[in-house]
Write a protein that binds this ligand. Structure first.
Ligand SMILES: [Zn+2]
Length: 260
């Protein structure tokens, strides 16, 4: 059966001398692998559509076992993401997270929208670090974690000072601070920002410009939830951490004549 799907290439690996196995996350079918015959040859019509991050309509021949990619019609090649080491690193991290958290073949249209919006925002030159944070917060329910962020997890209050509790997986108001000795105190703007990351669709936020420390702080909270509640650590995270610590190693000089 030949099927047309709207999908994004999560990853692509080489197979044999000239073929590739492409893992496509599609709106209609969820995550599926397909064989792309000849895609390793630069002249192949499947070469460009089988690259990671590519957003396209794919024609897949489904049979028993793995499908075969017949054709692709590019909607957005996301080439600008691949041209920069920073955007590539963040987008790869997002892909790995999506790939790790879904292992079945059932459709996940909401997640598909998150991924598509995230890649679109990164290729549109939004801060890739902030975009990956959006994805991390928004994917918590997909990972089975439902943080309570609209009220106090203990008494339900919506006013007052708030802190984050890993024990309760959500906010605690100042009246309930004592029930968890390891709370993380939050400023009102941090509370607002966490809620934004979790609830506001990526395409409705606009270009947030956040301080490095703010992103670092909120990232620590979400990464702790992932490592404690979900139990995952991603391969691409180590590279990302290294890159964030020493960005000067990875930033090419704009003008070669400036070199000493
Ligand atoms: Zn409370």
């Amino acid at each position: 059966m030949l099927q047309k799907v709207e999908g994004i290439v999560l990853r692509s690996s080489s197979y044999g001398e000239s073929d590739k196995i492409v893992t496509i996350f599609s709106r209609e079918l969820g995550k599926r692998a397909a064989l792309a015959r000849g895609a390793k040859k630069p002249t192949s019509r499947l070469a460009s559509v089988s690259q990671p991050f590519t957003y396209a309509y794919f024609l897949v021949q489904q049979g028993r076992g793995m499908g075969t990619l017949q054709q692709g019609e590019i909607i957005d090649s996301m080439r600008s993401i691949r041209e920069d080491i920073f955007t590539t690193a963040y987008a790869s991290f997002i892909m790995e997270l999506v790939d790790k958290l879904i292992d079945d073949e059932s459709p996940k249209p909401r997640l598909f929208d998150i991924l598509q919006q995230a890649l679109h925002a990164i290729s549109d030159e939004y801060d890739p670090e902030a975009i990956s944070l959006f994805v991390e917060w928004k994917m918590l329910p997909i990972a089975g974690v439902y943080p309570v962020l609209h009220q106090c997890t203990n008494c339900g209050a919506t006013d007052g000072e708030f802190s984050f509790s890993f024990q309760q997986i959500g906010f605690l108001c100042h009246r309930c601070f004592s029930i968890d000795p390891y709370i993380i105190r939050l400023t009102p703007s941090q509370v607002k920002l966490i809620r934004t990351f979790y609830t506001v669709p990526i395409d409705q936020v606009g270009k947030l410009s956040l301080k490095k420390e703010t992103k670092g702080f909120i990232k620590k909270i979400v990464r702790t939830i992932y490592s404690e509640q979900v139990g995952i650590r991603l391969k691409s995270q180590s590279f990302l951490d290294q890159m964030e610590k020493t960005p000067e190693f990875y930033t090419p000089k704009k003008d070669p004549s400036e070199e000493e």
